[in-house]
Design a protein around this ligand. Structure first.
Ligand code: ADP
Ligand code: 5GP
Length: 206
């Protein structure tokens, strides 16, 4: 079967566990490529430039926008975030699925441009668990945590635009559900018309 790459957009409230789920998914299955975004926010302890993000200045970010180097971008809690174009286009051209871990404004920009993109929203089992995870991560000040929880409230509106909601309660189950959803997306009729055409062609001799 001619397997074409799909863009999988993964969104979710800050602290829902998107990063953790994506790390576990890509460790278990090697067919997924994880896009590295550019951002103007400062790195957290342990984050490495070029691995978690490309950490850039506002000037550098605006230059990327002007040069059409990003397939989408958005502002989130005072900082720019965006997806570099080249990596995504190269992977898709090579038949590789690319995962974008981005927020809702960016997700909708992607759906506009790539109609067959699959939009997943990862949620914790409860708001209390979300706060617990955000605080437990220990990477943000109390003020930023409050901003992120308040942003989560805003983000809970608009979720109907996503294709799937996945609860991240038990990590391993969540990873498997994400993998199954992507596998199922590859089986859509739109993605397999050529394959069926080939079979029809082969059937002509009968
Ligand atoms: P996000 O990328 O969505 O902001 P992270 O992946 O950084 O979230 O996860 C936030 C915190 O929650 C981290 O400390 C992480 O270890 C923890 N976490 C993630 N998934 C789970 C889970 N299924 N159960 C318990 N804790 C989790
Ligand atoms: P964080 O600062 O916690 O790493 O990310 C904050 C938010 O920005 C998260 O919701 C994350 O998914 C989102 N984000 C990360 N990279 C991008 C990107 O390239 N584009 C958009 N639109 N959002 C992004």
């Amino acid at each position: 079967m001619n397997r074409k790459g799909i863009i999988i957009v993964v969104s979710g409230f800050s602290g829902a566990g998107k990063g953790t789920v994506m790390k576990a998914l890509t460790a278990k299955y090697d067919q997924y490529a994880l896009s590295v975004s550019a951002t103007t926010r400062t790195p957290r302890t342990g984050e490495v430039n070029g691995r978690e993000y490309f950490f850039v200045t506002t000037e550098e970010f605006e230059k990327m926008i002007d040069e059409d180097g990003l397939i989408e971008h958005a502002k989130y809690v005072n900082h720019y975030y965006g997806t570099p174009r080249k990596y995504v286009e190269d992977k898709l051209a090579n038949g590789i699925d690319v995962i974008l871990e981005i927020e809702i404004q960016g997700a909708l920009q992607i759906k506009e441009q790539y109609k067959d993109a699959v939009l997943l929203f990862i949620t914790p089992p409860s708001a209390g668990e979300l706060e617990k995870r955000l605080r437990g991560r220990g990477t943000e000040t109390d003020e930023v945590i409050k901003k992120r929880l308040s942003r989560a409230k805003e983000e809970s509106v608009g979720i109907e635009k996503y294709d799937y909601i996945v609860v991240n309660d038990k990590l391993e189950e969540c990873v498997e559900n994400v993998h199954r959803i992507i596998s199922a997306a590859h089986c859509s009729p739109d993605r397999n018309l050529e394959f069926i055409d080939d079979i029809r062609h082969q059937l002509e001799k009968y």
